[in-house]
Write a protein of this length. Structure first.
Ligand code: DGY
Length: 445
């Protein structure tokens, strides 16, 4: 964002009209208890979308916000997994469906993988903004499931107790086709069976992952099913096994937020367990700092290599709570990681007209219109801005929030936007884009 944020055009709706449009989008995507992210591209309930959409709902319908969370948790497995997708009702326009995952016998059917665990943090936020005098009844009912999911991340996905939880499918990171996953994905064989993608029938193929990536995405879906979801076998044998910095820092924050909720509701033993996990994670995440680059890396634990591609992920360190909060009036020397990351934030903001690019344009895998290889994602901007603001970087947070709203005002409620031109990309009438606009406008932009 090397110029000021996009100037709203003459036809840009004013805030009241934009709020109404966002509400209508959520209502139109509502399937009764859950909102689909975008009706044809993603016709089910997605995990981290649901957590963020709950905040969008809360700005005008709190009861509906809690339903969004409760419906997502209907998909939880007995071992604790909260799946990336809950297929509450059949729909034809998406691949891979529940049969491909081998999970069509479940009620409701789901995928066999997870997604970034923002949910506990969003539940804390919902509670803090609640107007419902009975809110703690709802929170209390959610706590065992949330705790079980966090236990799953720390035990099933970190069986050696390293402090870093691993993913087996790029879709679990949320940044599905980021250049950061190119090298680990190259170790995955391509699926040889025929399959029919549906996404490129809905959205132009230039905005979606390449076929070579899908061949490997599908191989992994089959791999989990063929091993009957056996956690230990998959940990030992899966050709892709990565500790994603972004996911682990999101989990760290979520552990602390869940510990806070447990303490508030009198579950002190659970809170202690969560804070122990959080301490272990914070120590392990600190080892992913690469001083020569001035940013964090992810770790390919299958091959023992750092993944240092320049993506937005490092900028989530504030949100995750990895950096010290300056004391009021503290003008001593800044923590070197904070100073380097602030410089990295500015580098991202200067690199394109509309920050934050999901991949820095200097990175060889940069592709300005393709999903996670360049475009701006409103929810990532919002998470980064929350972290900046919480660490005293109010000006940076305000700039990022204003830029995000500017993109939405100008381009509409699309899934993602070109960082270079602001062109709206991906699925239309997108629920979490509407939710982010509602959250930003509700808190004064
Ligand atoms: C996809 O692109 O289909 C994935 O499910 C999104 O995470």
């Amino acid at each position: 964002m090397n110029q000021t944020s996009p100037t709203p055009t003459a036809s840009a709706p004013d805030d009241a009209a934009l709020i109404e449009r966002c509400r209508q989008t959520l209502r139109a995507n509502d399937r009764g208890g859950y909102a689909v992210p975008s009706s044809r591209l993603y016709p089910f309930q997605w995990n981290w979308d649901a957590a963020i959409n709950a905040l969008g709902w809360q700005t005008f319908d709190e009861a509906r916000a809690w339903q969004e969370v409760e419906w997502l948790m209907k998909g939880q497995w007995a071992d604790g997994l909260v799946p990336s997708i809950v297929f509450h009702r059949p729909a034809e326009s998406y691949f891979p469906g529940p049969q491909e995952w081998g999970c069509d016998h479940l009620t409701p059917p789901t995928t066999s993988i997870s997604q970034p665990p923002v949910l506990a943090s969003m539940v804390r936020r919902l509670r803090e903004r609640s107007r419902d005098p009975q809110v703690d009844t709802r929170v209390r009912a959610l706590l065992p499931g949330l705790l079980n999911w966090h236990r799953w991340w720390h035990e099933e996905r970190d069986p050696e107790g390293t402090g870093l939880s691993v993913i087996y499918h790029p879709w679990e990171t949320g940044s599905d086709n980021s250049p950061a996953w190119d090298a680990p994905l190259a170790q995955v064989p391509a699926a040889t069976r025929p399959y029919q993608r549906r996404d490129t029938g809905v959205v132009d193929g230039s905005m979606r992952p390449h076929k070579a990536e899908y061949d490997r995405f599908v191989y992994l879906v089959d791999f989990f099913r063929e091993r009957a979801f056996d956690a230990r076998r998959i940990y030992d044998e899966c050709p892709l096994r990565v500790a994603d910095f972004a996911l682990n820092t999101i989990l760290l924050r979520a552990d602390r937020d869940l510990a806070h909720l447990c303490t508030e509701l009198g579950l002190h033993g659970a809170a202690r367990q969560l804070l122990d996990w959080a301490d272990r994670s914070a120590a392990a995440l600190a080892t992913l700092w690469v001083p020569a680059l001035g940013r964090y890396a992810s770790l390919d634990t299958r091959r023992g290599r750092l993944l240092t591609q320049r993506t937005h992920a490092s900028l989530l360190a504030w949100y995750g709570g990895l950096l010290p909060v300056p004391a009021p009036g503290d003008d001593g020397p800044a923590d070197p990681r904070s100073a380097a990351l602030l410089a990295e934030f500015e580098a991202f903001m200067q690199a394109t007209r509309h920050g934050l690019a999901s991949t820095h344009p200097n990175e060889s895998g940069y592709d300005p219109r393709r999903y996670w290889r360049g475009p701006v994602w409103p929810h990532i901007n919002w998470l980064v801005a929350e972290g900046l603001a919480e660490h005293g970087h109010a000006e940076q947070a305000a700039r990022l929030r204003a830029g995000t709203l500017g993109l939405i005002r100008q381009g509409g409620l699309h899934e993602y936007f070109s960082a270079d031109t602001g062109e709206p990309l991906g699925g239309p009438d997108f629920s979490w884009t509407a939710s982010i606009a509602l959250i930003l406008l509700d808190s004064g932009g």
